[in-house]
Write a protein that binds this ligand. Structure first.
Ligand SMILES: *Cc1c(COP(=O)(O)O)cnc(C)c1O
Length: 381
């Protein structure tokens, strides 16, 4: 039985009538840019996150860009970010003319290692971007202390972690600004591109709102140079249909992850991340740390040993089981950053050769789940 990595129709299908009604409502209103649907989504997301302000924007990438612009970060500034993340985290730093400074990751959570980040602070460092990768929070307390002691701004890249919590607080609501993505593969997937900026700071919320519409207030009077970073009213109306279901989607992902953990954990030679034998294990299963409410945007195994990850990927592909490598090349090894000072970030470099993400989407059927487990367990490599 083929098993997809993700099947959006299974999630959106049951909401078809509600989604169609929302689409109709906006279409008939004739009001497509900003307005009540956008404001309502922003209010509902702010309440969901427990944060003072949210600003809906055109994508998760633009959310990072506009957050950096709101902080006034530009040429001559350095911004520390993990090397093991989606490209946008660092790409936006470069786009505002600043320099991304890459740091290594924690071997258990895949997230920015606070001790390694601390080593990379210079007099030019202006901000730090912890990423809550795969649905689990970065270790925020030491990162916030580091930021405070060095007067750095904190932008949380929570693109994969809308609904995740860390010591009881929403990911993306802890730093100066948090950013989220509504890209279809994220836990709250929209119908195209979309993103969100969250902040508790009134001054930053005001600047992000201005920058979202070319820095103009009132219209045609430009206080700063912004861009067109608006999210469509249509997209907001559709996302409002799905937002109330997000806790259930996250719970279903958590159930799927727990079932993988229970069943793959019984295979011989399989260990969990952080256990001492992890360097010689057959597979290393991901773990959720107790202080984190993990929402499992990805369920990512490690397959140690030269070439073994690629062999497992081929084995699963032959069984028509969807899987993907997030991410095959750490950002400090990307061609576009080859001009930056060379650094060795050994955990991320190794993990990039060992990671493989399995289907964990909420609507994964039990029979499919069993099929994945059987295929992984049946691999002889
Ligand atoms: C998806 C993602 C982004 C970018 O979001 P888009 O909506 O695709 O622009 C940024 N950072 C991380 C970690 C992501 O996973």
């Amino acid at each position: 039985m083929p098993v997809p990595l993700l099947d959006l129709n299974r999630q959106n299908g049951p909401l078809h009538d509600e989604l169609a009604a929302a689409f109709e409502r906006v279409m008939r209103s004739g009001h497509f840019i900003l307005g009540s649907e956008v404001e309502s989504l922003e209010k509902e997301c702010a309440a969901f996150l427990g944060v003072n302000h949210t600003i809906a924007v055109s994508s998760g990438t633009d959310a990072i860009l506009v957050a950096l612009m709101a902080l006034g970060i530009g040429p001559g500034d350095e911004v520390i970010c993990p090397t093991f993340t989606f490209f946008a985290t660092a790409g936006c730093v470069a786009r505002v003319g600043a320099t991304p400074v890459f740091a290594d990751i924690d071997p258990v959570t895949f997230n920015l290692d606070p001790a390694d980040a601390a080593l990379r602070i210079t007099p030019h460092t202006k901000a730090i971007i912890p990423v809550h990768l795969f649905g689990q929070s970065a270790e925020m307390a030491p990162l916030m202390t580091l930021a405070h002691d060095n007067r750095l701004a904190v932008i949380e890249d929570a693109a994969q972690s809308l609904g995740a919590r860390h010591r009881g607080r929403s990911c993306g609501a802890i730093g100066d600004l948090g950013i989220f993505s509504f890209f279809p593969s994220k836990n709250l997937g929209g119908f195209g591109d979309g993103g969100l900026v969250a902040t508790n700071r009134d001054d930053l919320a005001e600047r992000v709102r201005l920058l979202r519409t070319h820095g103009a207030k009132p219209k045609y009077y430009h206080k700063m140079v912004g861009g067109n970073f608006r999210l469509d009213a249509l997209q907001c109306a559709l996302l409002r249909v799905k937002l109330p279901h997000l806790p259930a989607y996250c719970a279903a992902r958590r159930r799927n992850a727990a079932a993988y953990d229970a069943q793959l954990g019984q295979l011989p030679g399989v260990v969990r991340a952080g256990m001492p034998a992890a360097s010689v294990a057959r597979f290393v299963l991901p773990v959720a740390l107790p202080q984190n409410d993990h929402i499992w945007n990805q369920y990512t195994l490690r397959v140690p040993g030269a070439g073994r990850r690629d062999a497992l990927k081929q084995h699963l592909a032959a069984a028509a089981i969807g899987c993907e490598i997030y991410y095959p090349v750490p950002l400090h090894r990307q061609d576009c950053f080859a001009h930056l000072p060379r650094v060795d970030l050994p955990t991320a470099e190794r993990w990039a050769n060992e990671v493989l993400s399995l289907p964990v989407f909420p609507e994964l059927a039990e029979a499919e789940h069993k099929e994945v487990i059987a295929a992984v367990g049946g691999w002889s490599g």
